[in-house]
Design a protein around this ligand. Structure first.
Ligand code: APR
Length: 227
């Protein structure tokens, strides 16, 4: 089976009711990154940072995957499909996608403040000050904050190097290293973009300038027709 890699961002979850970050009604209009999404912010005011992610997690348990997430699952009958997502929600998994690599962490997991490899499932539970990991250290969200390393970028780049088709959905391509993954895609592999806004991408790419709810189906139909 040929390989399709799909890079998704906040836009694919927008129609489920989860805010994006950089649109006019986005999260970074309401919060400052430096206050809630850096390790320094967490050291300065852990209650505020934990609360920010507790709110995101509570919201996740009130929403459902949308047509964009669901259409990607159809592709698995025809292709070896790998999703690489910048999203911390689990809507791809809820929709039924089999292979999802999270670049920026996952809301339903927490980890030890002392040991990055000690990761625990927390489901819909809040993280509060005093909640301990099995090693006795404070639990922190299993999130890649600004300024932190992105451990999954290497496997993601290796997936991109081997893909036959590459699809980008709902990301402003502002945040590296995720935005650089497209440069690992072989020049011979066709690329597709679904986003209602114009996204600057410096390579030949077929653009569907519309929302994920309709645009993903068009890309999926086109890929299935070529399978
Ligand atoms: N369907 C598809 N795309 C959409 C939709 C929709 N219904 N609504 C908005 N978009 C697009 C916007 O046009 C924009 O290009 O989704 C993109 C969202 O961009 P950002 O808010 O910048 O989100 P993202 O690219 O995922 O951000 C990357 O930044 O703050 C960090 O860690 C956070 O993972 C996040 C990273």
């Amino acid at each position: 089976m040929k390989k399709v890699v799909i890079l998704t961002g906040a836009g694919i979850s927008a129609e489920s009711g989860i805010s994006t970050f950089r649109d006019s009604d986005g999260l970074w209009e309401q919060y400052r990154v430096e206050d809630v999404a850096t390790y320094d912010a967490y050291l300065r005011n852990p209650a505020l940072v934990l609360d920010f992610y507790n709110q995101r997690r509570r919201q996740l348990f009130q929403v459902k995957p949308n047509e964009g997430h669901k259409q990607l699952v159809r592709l698995e009958q025809y292709y070896d499909v790998q999703i690489i997502t910048q999203n911390i929600d689990n809507l791809h998994e809820q929709a039924g996608s089999s292979n999802v690599l999270h670049l920026h962490g996952e809301l339903t997991k927490a980890r030890s403040d002392r040991d990055d490899n000690l990761i625990v499932d927390i489901g819909d539970r809040d993280i509060n000050i005093g909640d301990k990991a099995p090693d006795g250290a404070q639990l922190r969200p299993h999130i890649v904050w600004f300024g932190e390393a992105v451990p999954n970028i290497e496997p993601a780049a290796a997936m991109c190097e081997k893909c036959d088709y590459f699809v980008v959905v709902g990301t402003s391509m502002n945040v590296y290293p995720a935005a650089g993954l497209i440069h690992y895609v072989p020049h011979s592999s066709p690329c597709y973009l679904v986003d209602p806004k114009a996204v600057p991408i410096s390579r030949n790419i077929k653009i569907f300038q519309e929302k994920a709810g309709t645009g993903v189906k068009k890309v999926v139909d086109e890929l299935i027709a070529m399978a």
